[in-house]
Design a binder for this molecule. Structure first.
Ligand SMILES: [Cu+2]
Length: 341
């Protein structure tokens, strides 16, 4: 079987040849902003020397971040700009992965808008191979909006959010399983007009890592394509990091209303989301329509999302997991620490 890197190079070559044989639409070039990557962020060959303070090479993903959902958008137009960048991502202590990202983050930035809002989106490809964007909350012709963006090129499109819910976005460039496995996904929250009842809100994106043997001076892992095809990940994680909120529990108050947006990026494993010691008051599948009341565990399909509302009854530590426990054992576990109000 051909190595995965050869397959990716072949796909990239085919994409480049195809692009050379047809006119490339002129993208709307965004103005330079601070969100555009600096030259230091644009990936290049790893340096083989140090300049004394730190080794040169591919930059790391941005530092750890909280699970809190961002505040809802004030206006009705979300001007959104992302850059695809290849960086090193720390999946677990001492375990570094050669990730493909939106904005140097795994998962990518959380996007939030409301029903009726226009999402005005620009994707800039700062990576050395083609990438693209697929928003599950958009109703749009994929061959117009979701096609490949070549290195150093960009694409611009917009859509109006019609359906509320917790949605996935991801790179849709072939082979899609590779681009998702390498880190190109994120959560897109669409609020109903007028919002949802007040609650502490969190976003968990479940996903998988398939580790090849470490290579290079930095012992960096890259994708093992056979493991992807066998749906046999080494890590299944929330928000990109093994046991992320188990080692650092999320503080909440006992009895306060909690709302959790869960998106399952996969690319292969169903998330059977469960909070130990709690029953969900309401679960919204994706987020639209009538909720299910009194649920213990809810399956979030690959490429899907769900919204969970609950309260933790008393002070204590409450694990949240995928109840597919082989996957929880591989890292999809976190903790809430409920304190007295
Ligand atoms: Cu991609």
């Amino acid at each position: 079987m051909r190595s995965f890197s050869k397959q990716v190079r072949a796909v990239a070559t085919i994409a480049l040849i195809a692009a050379a044989c047809r006119p490339i639409p002129t993208p709307s070039r965004p103005d330079k902003t601070s969100s555009e990557p600096s030259k230091a962020q644009v990936p290049g060959p790893a340096a083989s020397m140090s300049h004394g303070e730190a080794p040169l090479g591919t930059p790391m993903t941005r530092p750890d971040r909280a699970a809190d959902a961002p505040t809802p958008l004030a206006g009705h137009r979300l001007r959104l700009r992302m850059t695809t960048v290849h960086v090193h991502h720390q999946v677990a202590p001492g375990v570094v992965y050669d990730a493909w990202t939106f904005d140097s983050m795994v998962p990518g930035p959380i996007v939030r808008a409301s029903v009726g809002d226009t999402v005005d989106f620009t994707l800039i490809n700062g990576a050395p191979i083609p990438h693209s964007m697929d928003f599950h909350a958009a109703e749009i012709a994929p061959d117009r909006a979701y096609h490949n963006v070549l290195p150093k090129d960009s694409i611009h499109f917009q859509f109006v959010a019609r359906v509320p819910g917790a949605f996935m976005y991801h790179c849709g460039t072939a082979p899609v399983a590779a681009h998702i496995s390498n880190g190109m996904y994120g959560a897109l929250i669409i609020d109903p007009r007028g919002g949802r009842p007040k609650a502490r809100e969190f976003v968990f994106v479940q996903s998988e890592f398939y580790m090849g043997a470490p290579a290079g001076a930095d012992s960096v892992h890259a994708l093992d394509w056979d493991k992807v095809l066998n749906a046999s990940p080494d890590y299944v994680v929330f928000n990109g990091v093994n046991n992320r909120y188990a080692t650092t529990p999320i503080p909440v108050k006992a009895g306060e209303p909690l709302r959790i947006y869960v998106v399952n990026a996969g690319p292969n494993r169903i998330s059977s989301f469960h909070v130990v010691g709690a029953i969900f008051d309401k679960v919204f599948a994706d987020g639209f329509g009538r909720p299910f009341d009194g649920m213990q565990t809810w399956n979030v399909p690959v490429g899907g999302g769900a919204i969970f509302e609950l309260r933790l009854a008393e002070p204590g530590v409450y694990p949240f997991v995928t109840h597919a426990f082989a996957d929880a054992t591989k890292g999809a576990v976190g903790m809430f620490r409920a304190e007295a109000r």
